[in-house]
Design a protein around this ligand. Structure first.
Ligand SMILES: [Zn+2]
Length: 310
């Protein structure tokens, strides 16, 4: 009887332990608050060059300061001229901060903060696209500020994505460090809405050597990682060119893009804070941090990551 009891105890511990082993890597309330602020009506949909976009810049700057990210050349602001079919913006703005690691080799985490603005009197708040990615960028920065990384981690809130991935292009044309030092781009764009609890990591078709680092990430209670959406034969379900990571890909820099499948609110005025999945989203953001943590502690070099086999 006693042995049975002991066995039962050991068995139940085995069931509980993997759950306990999952570290709390972010503050879910702060994460949701950041999305709520960035997708408020007062930000007017954050179109590049707009007043609302400037308000978003101020908020991002204040959060970078609060977290304690270091600027390059005394400023987070990296400006560029943006000319597109829709608008010309004399001073578009990427906001870039970093945490120095033991190694000068860098992982660049990106999330675009611009969205499509106001159209026909309707405000497109872009809560999922992409206030969710920017808030996750803050969460990752806050985590690694407290838990020193091996690699240098760069956090870039990019402008002009909706006008043709222009912030990422400007980042790479005028990078804050030599491009050879970039090990990997981790791009986050739309992390917060999925009914099935699925977050995709896209890019391992191009970089199969990255797959194990993603497969080792344990599912969280409300979100699990799936690999895919990166094969040319998938047509528009191939997300290789869909967001800022494409600019890195074009320059032979490995990337992983994290995002959810399309939902009814995508590029609609209804992409609002009220439609965020408040349980899925914190776990989805945590999975991204879990992945960066896993890769950071193993420190592969870029040659290994671009190998065509696992
Ligand atoms: Zn987006």
């Amino acid at each position: 009887m006693e042995r049975k009891l002991a066995l039962a105890l050991v068995f139940s511990l085995l069931l509980v332990l993997p759950g306990l082993a999952q570290r709390r890597v972010l503050d879910a309330r702060q994460l949701l608050r950041d999305v709520e602020v960035l997708s408020a009506d007062s930000m007017e949909g954050r179109l590049s060059g707009s007043k609302g976009n400037k308000m978003a810049q101020q908020y991002i700057t204040s959060r970078f300061q609060e977290i304690g990210l270091q600027p390059y050349h005394n400023s987070y602001r990296h400006t560029f001229r943006l000319e597109s079919k829709q608008v010309t913006v004399e001073e578009a703005v990427n906001l870039i901060g970093y945490i120095p690691g033991k190694s000068a080799k860098a992982i660049v985490l990106t999330a675009h903060y611009d969205h499509v603005g106001v159209r026909k009197g309707e405000t497109y708040n872009g809560a999922d696209d992409n206030a969710s990615g920017v808030a996750a960028l803050f969460a990752a920065a806050a985590y690694f500020k407290k838990n020193k990384p091996y690699h240098t981690l760069i956090f870039a809130a990019l402008d002009g994505e909706e006008l043709g991935l222009r912030g990422a292009e400007a980042f790479l044309e005028n990078p804050p460090l030599p491009l050879e030092q970039i090990l990997l781009n981790v791009n986050m764009d739309m992390l917060s809405i999925n009914q099935k609890g699925e977050l995709y990591a896209s890019g391992t078709y191009h970089y199969p050597a990255l797959a194990p680092y993603l497969e080792q990430v344990a599912p969280r209670p409300q979100a699990k990682l799936l690999l895919g959406h990166d094969r040319p034969e998938q047509g528009e379900n191939d997300w290789t060119r869909q967001s800022d990571h494409y600019q890195f890909y074009k320059r032979q820099i490995p990337f992983v893009y994290f995002g959810v499948e399309d939902h009814p609110y995508y590029h609609k005025p209804s992409d609002d804070f009220s439609n965020i999945n408040s349980t899925f989203y914190p776990d989805a953001a945590a999975l991204v941090i879990d992945f960066v943590l896993n890769l950071d502690k193993k420190h592969p070099d870029r040659k290994q990551l671009v190998l065509k086999q696992k």
